[in-house]
Design a protein around this ligand. Structure first.
Ligand code: TYD
Ligand code: MG
Length: 470
């Protein structure tokens, strides 16, 4: 066996370095570099076998799809997976401890097991058989064709997958698995990566799809999902505030589908349920219109999502003011505040500003900029925005309102959920759904005067200078 070479891998971003340093040279995080052993010659036949026969073949003679995807009972899950489970794929499900990863996978296991001939191997390295059984019972997932293996040893896990050849294997979690051929304790970068790489080869060889659970940890003491992202086929993150019901499953990488999709679920007494119409759930839970709230329409993958953003602008005479953003990038907030100060002459230097997205959702799209700006202005002025208004538009540094993609789909979603007015970028070409009064604005200044103009508030729209109404 060749002597291992040592490199260092950041548990935060997965970046590699040749030598140890206190700070990761890639993501600048502190104390996250961990030793990783690279072996020149791999052990055993399994490790050296290539993923495909190594012989050049004409591209058009390669099978396009070996076997159809296995669709699960929830379309919210199928969509994120790119249409269902691909045989032989390795899927990583990351998320903070307690967010609901084991729960989600037990539901998925039950859905596979419900098919004729569907067999699932659930490998639990964290919980005892009794604990897993109790959860399954609670979820109504006590299927005889779900086999439980309480095991940490990778060899034993691989043997079980080979002999059972299940329709789906679940490893909960990859951070508890140990390959005895490598040094280091479970959860170290070496163990996590080498185990995942071996499971990848096995999945491809026997055609069994494998789901890996990976805990995201703030401390960095165990290697998180980031160090695995480039090894696996698909990376899904389960997000959500543990104290709230909504959970978002977000694809960040998918070799078999779009990496933009999200699936929405709700956590309750009997586990998770899919939420096929998230806008309705979000708006249903939204606060009544008050100064500081705005509804925006964000695209999440192929689907528009109506979400409520809230702002609180509070005078603070201390020398330190706070800018706190929940569900929105704080740098985006700083940019929007700077634009409002420069273009509309607001002064926020002596105010704390809190912004958040209701329901524990994260909005990453610039199309929410204008809505966020108006919610800040609305709270600052203590004047609510008009009822039933959706705000769509990206803000540029000059205060201009920029066009956004898929405007028509966003407007349709707003109309479908009973909203009656929309503020959109000027000149955008999009069909106007009936029942929705649409006002086009060129700048954040026009947007502010449009929402606080009396015609808009009363619902009667008139043509104003610079504001086109249709
Ligand atoms: P779990 O799936 O164990 O989280 P993870 O595997 O990501 O660590 O879910 C844990 C949380 O979910 C726990 O706080 C309890 C809650 N929960 C429910 O609210 N309802 C349920 O039916 C179940 C099974 C869990
Ligand atoms: Mg768990």
């Amino acid at each position: 066996m060749a002597k291992p070479t040592i490199t260092f891998v950041c548990t935060e971003c997965g970046g590699e370095s040749l030598r140890w340093a206190g700070q990761c040279p890639h993501c600048q995080a502190w104390n996250t570099l961990q030793e990783f052993q690279v072996r020149k010659a791999q052990r055993g036949r399994e490790a050296t076998r290539p993923l495909q026969a190594s012989r050049p073949v004409p591209l058009n003679e390669i099978d396009s799809e070996h076997a159809p995807r296995r669709r699960l009972g929830w379309d919210e899950l199928n969509r994120v997976l790119g249409g269902g489970i691909v045989p032989g794929s390795l899927v990583l499900i990351g998320g903070e401890p307690g967010v609901g990863k084991s729960t989600l996978l037990m539901h998925a296991a039950a859905q596979v097991a419900a098919h004729a001939g569907g067999k699932v191997l659930y490998v639990s390295g964290e919980e005892s058989g009794q604990q897993v059984r109790m959860r399954a019972q609670r979820l109504g997932a006590l299927e005889p064709s779900i086999l439980l293996l309480a095991e940490n040893d990778l060899d034993a896990i691989c043997d079980a997958i080979r002999s059972e050849l299940p329709s789906l294997a679940i490893i909960d979690s990859i951070q508890t698995v140990t390959d005895t051929g490598f040094e280091g304790s479970a959860g170290s970068v070496t163990q996590v990566r080498e185990s995942a790489a071996r499971l990848m080869r096995l999945a491809k060889e026997v055609g069994v799809p494998i789901f890996l659970v990976g805990h995201v940890t703030k401390e960095g003491s165990i290697a998180g999902p980031r160090v695995l992202e480039h090894i696996v086929d698909t990376v899904l993150y389960l997000e959500g505030d543990r104290r709230q019901e909504l959970r978002i499953l977000r694809a960040t990488k998918n070799r078999f589908g779009s990496a933009e999709e999200i699936g929405v679920f709700s956590m309750g007494e009997a586990g998770l349920e899919e939420v096929p119409d998230p806008s309705a759930a979000i708006l249903g839970a939204a606060a009544p219109t008050s100064a500081g709230t705005a509804i925006v329409a964000a695209m999440e993958g192929t689907r528009p999502l109506l979400v409520e953003v809230q702002s609180l602008v509070n005078k603070n005479d201390n020398s330190i003011v706070r800018r706190i953003a929940n569900g929105i990038d704080v740098n985006r907030l700083h940019m929007i505040l700077a634009v409002l100060e420069k273009r509309l002459d607001y002064k926020f230097g002596r105010s704390d500003i809190f912004v958040s997205v209701a329901g524990g959702i994260r909005v990453t799209e610039p199309a929410a900029d204008l809505g966020l700006a108006l919610s800040i202005v609305s709270n600052h002025e203590n004047r609510p925005l008009p009822d039933g208004l959706v705000v769509i538009g990206e803000l540029g540094l000059a205060g201009e309102v920029r066009r956004v993609g898929q405007l028509e789909r966003r407007l349709q979603e707003a109309a479908r959920h009973g909203l009656t007015r929309a503020l959109i970028p000027f000149g955008a070409k999009a069909g106007r759904p009936s029942g929705l009064k649409v006002v086009e604005v060129r700048s954040v200044a026009e947007a502010v005067s449009a929402v606080f103009s009396s015609p808009m508030k009363s619902g009667a729209f008139i043509e104003e200078a610079g504001i086109s109404v249709s």
